[in-house]
Every structure is written in structure tokens, then in C-alpha cells.
Design a protein around this ligand. Structure first.
Ligand SMILES: [Zn+2]
Length: 254
């Protein structure tokens, strides 16, 4: 059916569908092998184009690039061992009130009426918008990180356990940390960059990154890590990221 597909960089012509506007130019040159069209629940169409560039994927030379430790969290999406923060867009929070309002309107419509369908579409679009903002932030941050690292240290998130904590649950599902980590891992894999996941018992937050002293308690409200042993004071997330970096350095050296 797609045999007569033409690509001129801007528009593609699909038989039985017609001209389709492309939002970005093809990033690779070569023979087009396959075009996959998909439709989302909110009636948006996506096209994905597979191109044979003729050259095999070459692993990037990462010599000279640092090992990067990443702490993912709620306050900021990710913090690197260097102290760099990637902010969470927290889209649900921003659109929460709007969504709640539209959902309330939906509940007042006559079930399965024309107006109900229209309102349902409005709610779906809002959900979609939120997902896009979240995805965009994740893609930008993960691409930047994998491009500057020779190896990456992260923690293993037992998200299911954290979701049992109701206070954390909302913020966590909002920032969708799991989606962030899986994007990071798949991009790192393509580039051949090792990702070292800390074991579950690894206390990345409670350990002092300077002297190794492990605190017994560290409440979520403590944003600064104060070490009782060497008197270091450091941003809590950065401290955790340094510990994850050190762990990854140990793995890659051995
Ligand atoms: Zn210390």
C-alpha cells in the first residue's frame, strides 16, 4: 500500500491518505525501508520512518568524558554529581486545576450525549498535553546526559514500594521517574555507555560522599546533607549523585 511513498523532506504522500505534513525533516539520509503510522487515543497521527543509512552503528569514543552519577527525585527531575539540576516540569501540577475543572464538567454532561463526547475529548487532550510536556523534558535531559558521559551511575528505584507511600505517590507518578530512567538506559545502550544501577541496599542518600559516614536517619525534608563526622554540608541530591558516581567508577575500573 505504501509502495509509492515519496519523501521530499517536508511532505510525504501516502496513497489513500494524501499529503502529510512532516514536522521535522528526516535526520538520516538513505533508503527508506518502512513507514509506520500510528494513531493515538486523542486522534493524533504519528509517522515513524525507518531509514537504512548503509553504515552500522558506531560506538562513540567516550574517552576523556567523565563518569556521571545521577540522583533522580521529586524536587528536581535529576541532579548530577557536578551539582547540575534538571528541573521537573511538574506538568500535572500546572494543569491540575484545569484538568479537574474539565473533569467536573464532564461529570455533569449527559452520559454518551454529543456534549459528553466533546467534553471527553477535551479531557483527553489535556492528558495528552501533560504527557507531551513530561516526555519532552525527559528526552532533553537524557540526551544531554548520555552525550557527556563515559559511564552512568543511577539508583534502582523501587517505585512500587515508593508508591505505597501516599504522599510520595502523587509527586512520583507526576514526574514519572520510571519513564525517565528507561529513556536514559535505552539511549545509553545505543551509544554503548554502561549504566551501573546501585543495589537496593545502597544508601546513596544517607552516606556522606566525602568520608563515607552513613547516617541512621535522613528525613525527606532535609534538603542539605550535614555530616556529623567530617562536618561536610552539601546539597542532598548532589551528595547522593556523587555516591552513585563513585559506585559507577568502582564498577568500570574493576
Ligand atoms: Zn562526612
Amino acid at each position: 500500500m505504501l509502495g509509492s511513498l515519496r519523501v521530499d523532506g517536508k511532505r510525504i504522500k501516502l496513497p489513500k491518505i494524501g499529503w502529510v505534513k512532516m514536522f521535522q525533516e528526516l535526520r538520516s539520509e538513505g533508503k527508506i525501508l518502512r513507514v509506520t503510522l500510528s494513531k493515538t487515543e486523542t486522534h493524533r497521527w504519528f509517522g515513524s520512518i525507518t531509514v537504512d543509512t548503509g553504515t552500522p552503528n558506531v560506538r562513540r569514543d567516550t574517552r576523556g568524558l567523565p563518569v556521571v552519577g545521577i540522583d533522580v527525585g521529586i524536587n528536581s527531575l535529576a541532579t548530577l554529581d557536578t551539582g547540575k539540576h534538571y528541573d521537573n516540569p511538574r506538568p500535572v501540577k500546572r494543569y491540575e486545576r484545569k484538568l479537574a475543572r474539565e473533569q467536573r464538567k464532564l461529570s455533569r454532561k449527559v452520559f454518551l450525549s454529543n456534549n459528553w463526547y466533546k467534553q471527553k475529548e477535551r479531557v483527553a487532550k489535556l492528558h495528552y498535553k501533560i504527557a507531551c510536556i513530561r516526555n519532552d523534558a525527559h528526552h532533553q535531559a537524557t540526551t544531554e546526559i548520555v552525550n557527556m558521559a563515559s559511564a552512568i551511575g543511577i539508583e534502582t528505584l523501587s517505585i512500587t514500594n515508593m508508591l505505597k507511600n501516599r504522599k510520595l505517590a502523587k509527586a512520583l507518578s507526576d514526574s514519572a521517574l520510571g519513564g525517565f530512567l528507561s529513556k536514559l538506559k535505552s539511549k545509553a545502550e545505543v551509544l554503548g555507555i554502561p549504566v551501573i544501577e546501585a543495589p537496593h541496599f545502597f544508601a546513596s542518600s544517607k552516606t556522606c560522599s566525602k568520608c563515607g559516614y552513613v547516617k541512621e536517619e535522613l528525613s525527606l525534608s532535609e534538603r542539605i546533607f550535614h555530616c556529623e563526622f567530617c562536618y561536610t554540608s552539601i546539597d542532598r541530591d548532589q551528595n547522593a549523585a556523587i555516591n552513585l558516581k563513585n559506585l559507577a567508577v568502582g564498577y568500570t575500573e574493576s
